[in-house]
Design a protein around this ligand. Sequence first.
Ligand SMILES: C[S@@+](CC[C@H](N)C(=O)[O-])C[C@H]1O[C@@H](n2cnc3c(N)ncnc32)[C@H](O)[C@@H]1O
Ligand SMILES: [Zn+2]
Length: 194
Amino acid sequence: MARTTTKRPAARKRNPPNPWLVLRRSKIHGRGVYARKDIPRGTRLIEYTGEVINNAEADRRYEDDKMSRHHTFLFILNDRWCVDAAVGGNIARFINHKCDPNCVAWIEGKRIWIDALTDIRQGEELGYEYEYDFDSTYTIEDLAFYGCRCGSPKCRGTIVDVPKRKWHMVRELRRRMRAGRRASTKRPERSSDR
Ligand SMILES: C[S@@+](CC[C@H](N)C(=O)[O-])C[C@H]1O[C@@H](n2cnc3c(N)ncnc32)[C@H](O)[C@@H]1O
Ligand SMILES: [Zn+2]
């Protein structure tokens, strides 16, 4: 009998699951990262891994103007470099932004670490401040493009780190969001209502 040589693809090496973190659907956005068990404040949870690229390359890969809603896995390190977790990223890339965060991201050179900022209960969604830079030319619409849905009473309505002197923009953004929510939950008018 002829022998066939079946070339099997090498088994993909999987990283062991992170002891603290688990991935699930998120009410904030897409998928999010949750506490697998109670986490004490100060615990080092995970490194935010990915490809280190310069900012020009990041602009080439992701053009905000071409997105209807902002979505990337970029983490800015400084004015020259960032990490693109779309390449070689781990579960850390799914941690969403929170305006009232329970985690914090530390930059050490070209590496990024996510630590627990508070005690975190099992099942709680993790989030850190993305601190997107505020640009002095930003309008309310720009802030809405980077809209935040963290749901916290402290939510400023945008992932952008708005300086206190521009807080009037946050108030206006939140007013518009409330009005939008009211309009979308309003009962549709029936002919018998007229
Ligand atoms: C690194 S990803 C986080 C994972 C994301 N949930 C997913 O499933 O791909 C970053 C993107 O998630 C979205 N995102 C993160 N936090 C958010 C928040 N608080 N409100 C709205 N969108 C958020 C934004 O689109 C952002 O560009
Ligand atoms: Zn928020």
